[in-house]
Design a protein around this ligand. Sequence first.
Ligand SMILES: CC/C=C\C/C=C\C[C@@H](O)/C=C/C=C/C=C\[C@@H](O)CCCC(=O)O
Ligand code: ZN
Length: 670
Amino acid sequence: MFQSTAEDKARACNSVDVTSLSNPTTGGRCTHLDLDVELSFNTKTISGTATYDVEIPKEGDNTDNFVSFDCKDLIINHATVNGTVSKFDLVTVPNMDPQTFGKSLRVYLPSNAAPLSTVKVLIDYSTTPQSSAIQWLPKEQTLGKKRPYLFTQCQAIHARTLLPCQDAPAIKVTYKASVTTPTWATCLMSALSVGSPTDDENGKSVHKWDQPVPCSTYLIAFCVGDLKSVDISDRCRVWAEPGIVDAVAYEFAETEQFLKIAEDLTLPYQWGRYDVVSLPPSFPYGGMENPCLTFVTPTLLAGDRSLADVVAHEIAHSWTGNLVTNATWEHFWLNEGWTTWLQRKIMARQKQNDKFFDFDAIGGWKHLTDDVALLPPDFSRLIPKIGGSDPDDAFSGVPYEKGFNLLISLERIVGTPAFEDFAKAYLKRFKFVTVTSQEFKTYFESYFAGQEKIAGFDWERWFHQPGLPPTPTFDRSMAQASEDLGNAWLAFDVGKGSVPSTDISKWVTNQTTCFLDFMLVTLESQGKQVKASTTRKMDSLYNFSSSKNSEILHRFSLLSIGAEDKAILPVVLKFITTQGRMKFVRPCYRALYASKMGRKAAIATFLEHKDFYHAIAQKMVASDMQLDGEGGGSGGGILGGGMDKREILLIGLLGVGVAAAMFWVRGKKR
Ligand SMILES: CC/C=C\C/C=C\C[C@@H](O)/C=C/C=C/C=C\[C@@H](O)CCCC(=O)O
Ligand SMILES: [Zn+2]
């Protein structure tokens, strides 16, 4: 039912993946996984067996006498092939830094493994507490404070720390899983639940899962904790810790409507269920499109459904990303650019307002300009040269927004109805397999063959040129009031006007974020900041510093840090220590670090709270503040900013002071 053709499989595996040590074309290619594991909160390990169906390449191609799996921070106990114990090696591969990519686990094949046959390779293994895919949260870091919790995040190349696997998006596997947990725990996976968990007399339960649609390994996910659910439609359910599950159900009540709109724009939904789990605050992303079970950050819980577009985004991935998948991480824009396009289509239909598409795209363009200014040129290409880097280091708004802009440029050339039909045809053609940028271009050109208007499209520039693409034009009517207010405040700041009187109390979130974005972009382009007296005045009128909306609080924090407004310091320090979403914590730490008032507090706060953050966020923030040597996260590097160990120690001590100040502020607010 979910099968791809032999040519498609071969085509997918032929894309050279510089981030994987697996050997699908010369040794064997995984097609199915049976996972049988037990997880222990005591030892912070997941252990058991991963058994793969492995297809041996055809005669002549099968030049390796082993199957290679990506493997990092795992302990390998033994391996069997077709039930017989097999020799295995863990090999460091030249030019593949084991700190980033791990090692190649080579399981040797018997000499009688026939070309094109399927063998069963079993690997008995255990994760280690270093496995970066898994965040083990102590009970204190949960809302209920009674039970520990764990969640995984495998994109881009962390699945190899959760299980030995061929960790390349082009290699898709179906999977079945049997997971043993303590009986108190609810276990969720990126798959369909099979039956009810069975309990034994030793305080353990076994949970069974089935994922019949072939998935890349970055989409394998677990979430285990004290969880409760609320059904919001026949195929949608939200999960969260009991204390917030009703709020989560309210926030994402539109999920079924988003799904129906998405199906109308694409193909029927292929994954059976669409559930959403709201994770603890250290989850480093807005959302993750794990099949059947989207993971989201609790920073979406604004109380008014205004940030639910992230759920529309993750729903869109059910087609663009999960069904049609980037062949390698260099073609990540095919996942994210298409998903951003589809998300904006869904939201415009949901709001019954086409102008909303352009309004949201204006915000996206701002995101793109911000990121392009920060990135090394190679990473601002639509098809970046990832080389020997961790894909996490290349992650930015570029694949999302440059990708989106490429697609709307094409849409404007061929017209919206034709482009929307093309989108459906593209999804139908590439579902269950993977696609490269070149294959996308070829498919587009053959779909619109003979139409002269597509002839001059500069694919080369879009794909490979660093920096910003041509500036797009969007309908700005929805943004007008926000930009007018931004201009009025900028004029007030330089003494050219009185305090603006616009009433924004009825504005929707996007109007407010557009207003703040407009101020931030304008100031950035002029190399200026507003005065602290201006941000104070704004706060006295709008109460932004106590906003429950993370997108508003984030932008106002950046504006106020730029203004060296000391009153924002405790607010920002609370914001970045109570949630770990990188979209918010990284810019806030960077802005504090660049400010006069906040540099030392930023370093001290990070050093004090670094264990709160997810491993990926720890690494990124440490590198943003050049702390990725001995004082910071897991990456290598130097102690930046010319600081010596005594200075770091002093800042560490300052951390105690910062903590005391925050404690005092929190106490006052209660
Ligand atoms: C060009 C970069 C190449 C590959 C990168 C692939 C994956 C990057 C890795 O860091 C994982 C990203 C996961 C993203 C998940 C969700 C995002 O949509 C969240 C966006 C930011 C947010 O809303 O918090
Ligand atoms: Zn996405």
